[in-house]
Design a protein around this ligand. Structure first.
Ligand code: PLP
Length: 396
């Protein structure tokens, strides 16, 4: 028998993928310079030259283990190099022994959620709306329930009262993502402190750990703050899921990692559960070539100024037109209030203007659209008259 849940996931594309496919049809019909595709978060600037050079060096050196299995958790030297980098950059006190190499953040999240949720369907995982739609898929696959916390609509930080009220004795974990997909908003020190204070209180009340999973694929894409506030410095029971996809522009190479905070209660057991979940899901030994390459690129990024500039142009110009735009601090997304309540209808209408923007419903909130700014500046500038026409359609 086919699993019905899996069948429905496979048959139903995500809203983002759906639009992406729609875009391909429009581009064939009208030509790609006439279509303004802001649908998908695929990095648009090339990876740093050093990344390609590191691949060539690794291949030329042709070490006997180049294409072999590493240990299930990943190559020891790679894990140690990542830990050394994190300690130096963020003043963290991590160790390579608590790092598990993965095929991107998607695997890192799936493994972590499986490791932290019991098998009896009783556990709950809290997410802050709006959130990356795949969180729901990964949480349900870990046999846990998705509990969504509303945002404060002025700041797009979590509504702290709603957060506190939604934590129950069944809360196993909370996921944060900052800078955020889809809003671009960054949770600064004071926001993190508020979240952690509530978690500390609730851990004491329910007398068990509540893990904070910090999903950080956009960590280096931060524009309005000088430094990233690293979660292990704020909350002991924290686990980081990271991806090299976005900052290095290598999403197709599928490499990332899980880091367990050494200060976590029973950290080595948590790590063993992660190894167990990796094993049970078949996520052992992330791609070896890229495990050997990333240690040479830890302090590099692609030219993220392109995203920053696109975000600045769109924020300014769309606000001037009359759209209500959430001010982004980082990542490569802009979150815009739809001029009507129905974000799906608005996104459909935008297609008539050859603009592809993602309705917010799949991010767990109604009435907004997401614009990906990882596109060319040329396309951004060319799209502005169409955004104006679209706005006028609703406001004439
Ligand atoms: N988490 C967030 C918030 C994302 O936006 C993405 C990808 O867009 C992922 C995780 C998955 O990243 P990866 O490509 O490394 O699997």
């Amino acid at each position: 028998m086919i699993n019905k849940d899996m069948l429905s996931l496979g048959e139903k594309r995500s809203a983002i993928r759906e639009l992406f496919e729609e875009g391909k049809i429009l581009k064939e019909k009208y030509g790609s310079d006439k279509v303004f595709d802001f649908s998908i978060g695929n990095p648009s600037v090339p990876c740093p030259d050093e990344f390609n050079a590191a691949i060539k060096n690794a291949v030329n050196a042709n070490a006997p283990d180049l294409h072999g299995y590493t240990s299930a958790a990943g190559d020891k030297k790679t894990r140690d190099a990542i830990s050394t980098y994190l300690n130096k950059t963020y003043g963290a006190k991590t160790t390579g022994d608590l790092i598990y190499m993965t095929v991107g953040a998607a695997a890192a999240l799936s493994i972590t959620l499986r490791a932290l949720s019991s098998s009896d369907m009783s556990d709950e995982v809290i997410v802050f709306a709006p959130f990356f739609p795949e969180y729901s898929v990964f949480i349900k696959n870990a046999n846990a329930k998705v509990i969504s916390v509303a945002p404060n609509l002025n700041t797009f930080y979590p509504d702290m009262n709603d957060f506190e009220n939604k934590i129950t004795k069944n809360t196993a974990a909370v996921i944060i993502n900052s800078p955020n997909n889809p809003t671009g908003v960054y949770y600064n020190k004071s926001v993190l402190e508020s979240i952690c204070k509530i978690l500390d209180k609730k851990q004491r009340e329910f007398d068990h750990p509540i893990y904070l999973i910090s999903d950080e694929p956009y960590r280096e894409l931060l524009y309005t703050y000088d430094k990233y506030d690293f979660i292990t410095n704020f909350y002991d029971n924290s686990i980081i899921t990271y991806s090299f996809s976005k900052a290095l522009s290598i999403p197709g190479e599928r490499v990332g990692y899980i880091l367990v905070n050494p200060k976590c209660e029973n950290a080595s057991q948590v790590f063993s559960a992660i190894c167990g979940a990796g094993r049970s899901l078949g996520y052992v030994c992330a791609t070896s070539l890229f495990q050997f390459v990333v240690p040479h690129c830890l302090n590099l990024t692609s030219d993220t100024n392109v995203y920053k500039r696109n975000a600045e142009i769109l924020y300014k110009e769309l606000s001037n037109i009359g759209y209500k735009v959430v001010k982004p601090d980082g990542a490569f997304y802009l979150f815009v209030k739809a001029p009507i309540d129905d974000d799906n209808a608005f996104s459909k209408k935008a297609l008539e203007y050859n603009i592809l923007i993602v309705p917010s419903e799949s991010f767990g909130i109604k009435g907004y659209v997401r614009i990906a700014t990882c596109v060319t500046e040329k396309m951004v500038l060319a799209s502005l008259p169409k955004f104006r026409e679209l706005f006028v359609h609703y406001n004439s």
